[in-house]
Write a protein that binds this ligand. Structure first.
Ligand code: ABU
Length: 952
């Protein structure tokens, strides 16, 4: 018997059949309907009725992983057998006889049992099978003997294949029947991402595939993990995938292993929802000692709490009795009695028992139907394995089955599937509660109890909520920096007004006010760049175009601002250095010419040394005044003071502002060139940089939300190259500026009266820039607040300190010294800005001393005149002239130059007076005999006395 649409018989089946025939030649007789001894012997219990034989395989134990449904299903079938045999309306004159065996839910064992059914004893008219793997092999093989198979306990969707299983019917609904319910639940709880964990069995693979397809149709993302035996790695993968809604498809033994791993790996509780198969026993989650699970009963209960199950409704609650004369509830209580009230909740196949009961009724009714449809002379008991006519009748009768059973209405679809409603249960406080039913046809829920959630906080989310978060400068910091930047701009403006208002004052005129105005403009621009640097702040959204504009503006304003501010200061130290160097060089060469006759042999020797030649060369190239000054000191220390005094006139010449502009414009040109090429060749664009995920407590769903922060950077393709060029070039001018500031620290130009303070400002800028640059570039690049804070602090400090150093002394001077007294401070360095208090005091003291010495010189000159006159008088009086007196006069006049060369090297401005004083020393003893007055008098002539001692 084959349905017209049955596919050709697979070759392996023919080989299997042949093998079976070869192994059991006598079976051939049975195959063709011959009788054995068993067949001929009448059974006294049959009351003269003809026996109809059926075979049934029942999984009485689960083994390593299976369904032990036979434990409850076999008693249910036996009960049905009794009910049928006792019912005179069904198969009158016949008695059903069941041949049963334990398949242990193992397909290999089931094949052996099928072999026994076929080749031992009387012909079996139909077969009963349970457990999907067993049903699969039995239903695939049975058609070879024209046997119809009714399965009471096989859920595999793979069995709904008429080509592969042409004679299979099942009272057990396909596992796929639960999938529409599951998908409807996902949609109901607004879950759009689920995970499926399945064991590698055809039944579960098919169910999982069907579920995936159903989810996909509804726009729900489903990910599948499978395992064989040990689920540890699969559960670990679920954790890694951040699975929250998990559908488990496996037999109960594996379910316990999965639950234990879920507990171990924390995949339970508030954040997780498990969906298990609904036909497990009520206390399935409690560990079985023989399974050696590493979880306690309490842990398993904890992990299982609040999980859902979906299963077809298998027990009719209808109070109207069915074909068997009993209701579903009556059946349940009768079966309980039959099982001696054993712990049915833990009995394998307890939920499916009504299906098993109805399966036998479907079989009996099909026999009844076939019996009626058989033509005259044909009898059911004459069925043989090659009787295709009777087999077709049996098939048709099963196919058209429709009766009210204890599991509900029993009928089969074209593919042999049972059609049933689904119930949804939830484990609440250790007890399964049916929370609702789902009518697949109407696609609607019928809720019967409240769904409970841990902590009563409603359904969890289907995944960690990843919130993208743009990291921006905090509003507080941005506002603070903006205020400081505004203050910086205001200070620049105030200084600019001050410069303009007091432009007529010497201290301003001599400070290169135009250059200082550029410094102010630069400071204001640098401060203004901070407004852009902190953008976009929280809540400000910029388009890509706006962001690019922001990037270009930021870099341009800061670079130009820096060039104006630092360039103007650099220009000052550069000009001071150049002028100082040139001037000293001139002085040095003139000094050499003028004083050559006065220099001793030693000096000449030193001048001729190669080292001094080298120093002069370096001085000429680099314009280093220190070397020049050193050379000068060596060449003619006594005259150095007078040389500096003379050079002061030259250093006090006005310097045209254009010289300063030249330096600044040169820097500006380099900046503009770099910026233009950069923007033109490699424009800056918005770049998103992802930062490490952070947990964020947001409201009640704290554990479900994670923040994924990101930064928006200005980035160009060759960004590193451009920043290296700019930073390298800026670093060079910073270090060069630092060098120039140090070199010119003692040099004072009348018309750059603030050069030393500018030098200090340069030290400050260089130090801050050199510290800040690497820190913000490498260390705190991703810490947007720290980065912005550091850059802002540097810019603001540089601005404030530079303005303070350059303008505060001028301001104080202008406030303290009236304009009328400007001439009293003719020096370019002025009292306040150029000389320190100590220097000023010393200058005043020296001025007073000089005046006093001048008076003394006059007095001494007068005394000399008097002495000379006296000597002449004495000479005249004695003998009209003597050689001794002439000699004395001669010595007095010629000793001066010789003494001059012996003076100490640290000669000061008093040097010119020493010549005179030294001459007096030579003359004093002669006068002393007659003179006792005057400030500087000596008791005796002492050639060893130094000039310093004399002066002091
Ligand atoms: N409800 C029990 C199903 C067993 C199986 O499909 O193997």
């Amino acid at each position: 018997m084959r349905s017209p649409h049955v596919t050709p018989w697979p070759p392996w089946r023919s080989q299997l059949l042949l093998l079976l025939l070869l192994l059991r030649p006598s079976a051939g007789l049975s195959f063709f309907g011959s009788s054995s001894e068993e067949e001929t012997t009448p059974n006294p219990d049959d009351d003269g009725r003809v026996q109809l034989h059926v075979g049934g395989v029942f999984p009485m134990e689960a083994g390593a992983g299976g369904w032990p449904g036979g434990q409850a299903c076999l008693p249910a079938v036996e009960m049905a057998l009794e009910h049928i045999n006792n019912n005179t309306d069904v198969l009158p004159g016949y008695k059903l006889h069941l041949h049963q065996s334990n398949s242990k839910c193992q397909p290999g064992l089931a094949m052996q049992e099928l072999y026994n059914f076929v080749y031992e004893g009387k012909n079996k008219l139909m077969l009963l099978a349970g457990c999907s793997p067993v049903t699969t092999v039995v239903a695939e093989t049975a058609p070879e003997w024209n046997l119809v198979v009714i399965s009471y306990g096989a859920s595999s969707p793979a069995l709904s294949n008429r080509q592969r299983f042409p004679t299979l019917f099942r009272t057990h609904p396909s596992a796929n029947m639960q999938n529409p319910t599951r998908v409807a639940l996902f949609a109901h709880f607004k879950w759009t991402r689920i995970s499926i964990l399945q064991s590698v069995e055809e039944v579960f693979t098919y169910t999982a595939m069907n579920l995936e397809a159903a989810c996909k149709k509804k726009g729900i993302r489903a990910e599948r993990q499978s395992f064989y035996g040990d689920p540890t790695d699969a559960v670990r993968t679920l954790v890694r995938q951040d699975a929250r809604i998990i559908v488990g498809l496996f037999y109960v033994t594996e379910a316990r292993r999965v639950l234990c791993q879920a507990y171990k790996q924390g995949l339970y509780g508030r954040k997780y929802v498990w969906f298990f198969i609904g036909w497990y026993a009520d206390t399935w989650y409690e560990p079985h000692p023989e399974e050696h699970l590493n979880c306690t009963k309490e842990e398993m209960r904890k992990a299982a709490e609040y999980h859902f199950t979906t299963e077809s409704i298998m027990l009719s609650k209808d109070e109207v009795p069915g074909v068997s004369g009993i209701t579903g509830l009556q059946f349940e209580s009768m079966l309980r009695q039959r099982l001696n009230n054993t712990d049915v909740a833990n009995l394998g196949g307890w939920p499916e028992a009504p299906l098993a009961y109805d399966a036998l009724w479907a079989l009996a009714l099909a026999f009844n139907c076939t019996r009626s449809n058989l033509g005259p002379g044909y009898k059911l008991e004459n069925f043989t394995y090659n009787n295709t006519v009777m087999a077709q009748l049996l098939f048709d009768c099963v196919k058209n089955t429709s009766f009210k059973g204890v599991s509900g209405n029993v009928m089969f679809s074209d593919s042999g599937d049972r059609i049933a409603k689904t119930q949804i249960e939830q484990l609440q406080d250790g007890k399964y509660v049916m929370v609702g039913r789902f009518d697949n046809g109407a696609n609607e829920f019928n809720w019967t109890a409240d769904v409970k959630w841990p902590d009563g906080r409603g359904p969890p989310t289907d995944s960690t909520i990843i919130k993208e978060h743009l990291e921006t400068v905090s509003n507080g910091l941005y506002i603070m920096v903006c205020l400081l930047a505004i203050l910086g701009i205001a200070l620049s403006l105030i200084c600019f007004i001050f410069n303009a208002k007091y432009g007529y004052r010497g201290v301003i005129v001599q400070s290169q006010p135009q250059c200082n105005n550029i410094l102010l403009a630069g400071s204001a621009l640098c401060s203004a760049s901070l407004f852009l640097m902190g953008l976009p702040t929280a809540g400000v959204q910029l388009t890509d175009g706006e962001f690019t504009l922001l990037c270009h503006s930021r870099i341009s304003i800061l670079m130009i601002g820096f060039t104006f501010a630092y360039g103007s200061m650099f220009a000052k130290v550069w000009i001071v250095h150049r002028i100082g160097a040139a001037e000293n060089q001139q002085i040095a060469s003139r000094q050499k010419d003028e004083y050559k006759p006065l220099l001793g042999k030693m000096s000449e020797k030193e001048d001729a040394s190669p080292w001094d030649g080298l120093r002069t060369l370096i001085s000429t190239i680099a314009g280093r005044p220190l070397y020049v000054a050193g050379s000068l000191r060596k060449s003619s220390t006594p005259s150095y003071g007078s040389l500096l005094a003379r050079s002061a006139d030259r250093l006090g010449q006005p310097i045209p502002a254009v010289k300063f502009y030249g330096v600044i414009v040169a820097f500006l040109a380099i900046d503009i060139l770099i910026i233009l090429i950069w923007i033109w060749q490699d424009p800056l664009v918005k770049d998103k940089v992802d930062l490490p995920m952070i947990d964020q407590v947001i409201g009640d769903n704290d554990e479900d939300v994670k923040l994924k922060p990101f930064l928006e950077h200005c980035k160009s393709e060759h960004h590193t190259m451009w920043t290296s060029i700019i930073m390298g070039y800026k670093l060079i001018i910073l270090i060069f500026g630092l060098f120039l500031a140090y070199e010119t620290r003692n040099l004072k130009l009348r018309f750059v009266n603030d050069s030393r303070l500018v030098g200090l400002a340069i030290y400050n800028v260089v130090c801050l820039a050199v510290v800040t640059g690497p820190i913000v570039t490498y260390l705190i690049k991703s810490q947007i607040n720290a980065n912005f804070g550091m850059v802002s602090a540097t810019v603001i400090l540089c601005t404030y300190i530079s303005l303070g150093l350059v303008f505060v002394p001028k301001l104080r001077f202008v406030l303290r010294v009236p304009a009328s007294r400007d001439e009293a401070y003719p020096s370019a360095n002025g009292p306040a800005p150029a000389l320190s208090k100590a220097e000023l005091k010393k200058l005043e003291q020296l001025t007073r001393e000089n005046e006093a010495l001048g008076k003394q010189i006059e007095e001494k000159d007068e005394r000399i005149s008097q002495c000379t006159a006296r000597i002449e008088e004495v000479v005249r009086e004695s003998s009209g002239g003597s050689r001794e007196s002439d000699r004395l006069i001669s010595v007095a006049m010629t000793t001066a130059p010789v003494e001059l060369s012996k003076q100490p090297t640290d000669a000061s401005f008093s040097s010119p007076t020493k010549m005179t004083t030294t001459a007096l020393i030579e003359l004093q003893p002669a006068c002393h005999a007659n003179e006792t007055t005057g400030q500087y008098q000596y008791e005796e002539m002492d050639n060893s006395t130094s000039s310093d001692e004399i002066l002091l």
